[in-house]
Design a binder for this molecule. Structure first.
Ligand code: NAP
Length: 254
């Protein structure tokens, strides 16, 4: 990130789920460099500790907690400890997702359907349910969907459908949480992270994906962080219920 970046989140408190690497980490880093106190979390203590250390080395104020998003107690602790430490919540980024299957939808096991729904959709709802009493006027929620939500590809079809659900959830919650809290969404294109490595580490597939963009490259975690920071900031104070596609011009919708 360049030296020209402003400090839009000075004095603000931001929770980012699934934020010890990849897109979530980059979002936490960006919000932190712009002045936010950031609350990071993921399933593994060691990942949480390592990520916190990296952010603190950049001068960012961090609260680091273990939170598997489908664990009710850990979700409650995430909210409770944030409020205990900083007294408020200004921004919540719901970023966790699972993609445990490449099977066609009609061949996906019942237990896998439950897991996809549980982590990709329901956990966001339940986290926001816990957070809602602490969200004051001017607060903002960002949900991380995916370009696959617009047209689920064969190898990620049920995952894509859960991401489609998040587009609807964004609209519905924007209405429900207005006027105090804005609710927006990002739909990333393909970004080479661990999560996407089964696709992006294959050279032929990588080139195919790059060719589907207009900008002739995959996305970076920083691209996703920049769009998220915009939506979370007061620069977007008249935007709610929207999804920002950050996909280098890949086909999404008109
Ligand atoms: P990533 O680099 O693999 O990072 C995943 C992060 O999530 C890690 O910090 C991991 O840490 C944590 N995590 C995984 N499962 C979790 C759970 N159940 N509860 C809490 N934390 C959990 O993944 P990513 O590519 O950044 O993906 C982040 C989001 O972007 C997802 O919603 C994904 O659907 C979306 N997305 C990604 C792409 C892409 O191409 N990469 C494209 C579109 C959308 P632990 O292992 O310690 O839990």
């Amino acid at each position: 990130m360049g030296e020209m970046t402003g400090k839009r989140f000075e004095g603000k408190v931001a929770i980012v789920t699934a934020s010890t690497q990849g897109i979530g980490f980059a979002i936490a880093e960006r919000l932190g460099l712009e002045g936010a106190s950031v609350v990071i979390s993921s399933r593994k203590q060691q990942n949480v500790d390592e990520a916190a250390e990296k952010l603190r080395a950049k001068g960012i104020e961090v609260l680091a907690l273990v939170c598997h998003v489908s664990n009710a107690q850990q979700r409650k602790d995430l909210i409770h400890k944030t409020v205990q430490m900083y007294g408020k919540i200004d921004v919540i980024v719901s970023n966790a997702a699972a993609n445990p299957s490449i099977d066609p939808i009609l061949q996906t096991k019942d237990s896998v359907l439950d897991k996809l729904w549980e982590i990709n959709v329901k956990a966001t709802i339940l986290l926001l349910k816990d957070a809602a009493p602490h969200l004051h006027k001017g607060s903002s929620v960002i949900i991380v969907s995916s370009i696959t939500g617009y047209s689920p590809p064969a190898s990620m079809s049920m995952y894509g459908v859960t991401k489609t659900a998040l587009l609807g959830l964004t609209k519905a919650l924007a209405a429900e949480m207005a006027p105090n809290t804005r609710v927006n969404c990002i739909a990333p294109g393909f970004v080479p992270t661990n999560f996407a490595s089964f696709i992006t580490s294959n050279e032929a597939i990588r080139q195919e994906l790059e060719a589907k963009t207009l900008l002739a490259r995959l996305g970076t975690t920083e691209d996703m962080a920049a769009g998220t920071a915009f939506l979370a900031s007061d620069d977007a104070s008249y935007i709610t219920g929207e999804t920002l596609v950050i996909a280098g011009g890949m086909p999404s919708r008109l």
